[in-house]
Design a protein around this ligand. Structure first.
Ligand code: COA
Length: 167
């Protein structure tokens, strides 16, 4: 298989990210403008996976202002034909590497029905040889009754010696 390149997004990647969001249920849809902003202001904590110059996966994240040691993983998607090859896990590993050595925790929210999402985060915690916890965070009262509750995944503390970024 042609090698996958992982890199920070630029503003010109926003449209590809937005179409991956549209084509990959159950991600919440947002405007192209939001992804332009993320690619512009948060490129250090977002990653795209590219194959033959095509974006086949992405991860968006940020460092919450109140928690400067945490990388919060917001959305991630991998084109269906490339799934279950560790690409989502690699995307987050690259974001961790890009985000800097002060990051000690990864957080994300997952719905209980999204088994692939839960699994790739568990695998990441295993590879980082650290703890994985899952606790309720946002209820349907917070999110609206059409949205499943979102549980908080917390991974860490992370020791840099266990980080291995796949090129
Ligand atoms: C979630 C998603 C990003 C994972 O991408 P990926 O590159 O396939 O992830 P990885 O290959 O790193 O890991 C997937 C793991 O989940 C497992 N998995 C996949 N589907 C599963 C299911 N239905 N039940 C249990 N495990 C499942 C895979 O076997 C793999 O684990 P393994 O390596 O231990 O076998 C991808 O499935 C996706 O784009 N889904 C649609 C969008 C989405 O739900 N995004 C996440 C919410 S923000």
């Amino acid at each position: 298989m042609t090698q996958i390149k992982y890199r920070k997004p630029s503003v010109s990647d926003a449209k590809s990210i937005c179409s991956l969001v549209k084509n990959n249920e159950p991600l919440d849809k947002n405007s192209n403008y939001l992804y332009v902003l993320l690619c512009h202001h948060f490129s250090d904590t977002c990653v795209v996976a590219e194959m033959n110059s095509k974006v086949i996966g992405f991860m968006t994240g940020f460092i919450p202002p109140k928690y400067p040691q945490t990388l919060f993983v917001w959305q991630a998607a991998v084109d269906s034909q490339y799934r279950n090859k560790g690409i989502a896990q690699n995307l987050v590993s690259h974001a961790l590497d890009q985000a800097g050595s002060e990051i000690k925790y990864i957080e994300a929210t997952v719905t209980s029905s999204n088994k692939a999402s839960l699994r790739f985060l568990e695998n990441l915690a295993d590879d980082l040889k650290t703890k994985f916890s899952l606790t309720p965070l946002f209820s349907t009262d917070d999110l609206g009754k059409e949205h499943e509750p979102e549980d908080l995944v917390r991974i860490g503390p992370i020791s840099r010696k266990f980080m291995e970024v796949t090129v």
